[in-house]
Design a protein around this ligand. Structure first.
Ligand SMILES: Cc1ncc(COP(=O)(O)O)c(C=O)c1O
Length: 177
């Protein structure tokens, strides 16, 4: 994806002036630490995340999804997926299923009118469901998923000690979780 100019400028600024890995004990890296932490705080504000230290940077979405899926399902469990999940979601789940983890999944399809029924989501959640992965805003169809409904159902089911909602953009109220 081509990047907007302000991204290119920020990357150039860093590469020209602030080389080194963050959080090492050289003077140069203190500048980078500040840059990383300022960015983390700005993003937390943008995404409405209360504690910026809960926001982790990953190399890309695939990396982030692998961390989430493989840690939540480390001891096995069931996952509920929408029918339009990306390979970056499906692959780690399939990997676990074929490599000795007690993992399985259910896929929810919409009704003929394109709407997801709350009954279908509710009945897909089993006692050992650990995770719901649901593409919030589709970059293929533009469809916005009924995240409020899914969060409500997940809370009612009480399966999830710490309900987690993974998405991006201003639509998400993390605090609601
Ligand atoms: C919905 C969705 N999830 C995950 C990914 C994977 O993203 P990345 O290339 O950042 O790993 C993509 C990439 O197009 C995507 O469209």
């Amino acid at each position: 994806m081509p990047k907007p100019n302000f991204v290119l400028e920020a990357i150039t600024l860093l590469n020209e002036n602030r080389t080194g890995s963050p959080y090492r004990s050289a003077d140069q890296t203190i500048l980078i630490d500040n840059f990383v932490e300022t960015t983390r705080k700005s993003l937390a504000k943008f995404l409405n995340i209360k504690k910026s230290e809960n926001l982790a940077f990953t190399f890309n979405a695939t990396h982030g999804l692998n961390i989430i899926i493989k840690s939540v399902l480390k001891y096995g469990g069931h996952v509920v997926l929408s029918c339009f999940e990306h390979n970056a979601v499906l692959r780690p789940i399939h990997y676990m299923m074929h490599n000795g983890y007690d993992v399985n999944f259910s896929i929810i399809n919409p009704e003929a009118n394109g709407v997801f029924s709350s009954d279908a989501i509710t009945s897909a959640i089993r006692p050992y469901t650990k995770l719901i992965v649901w593409n919030h805003a589709s970059n293929v169809t533009g469809q916005i998923s009924p995240i409020d409904l899914i969060v409500r159902i997940a809370k009612d089911k009480k399966n999830f000690n710490t309900p987690r909602l993974f998405s991006n953009g201003r639509h998400v109220e993390y605090r609601r979780m």
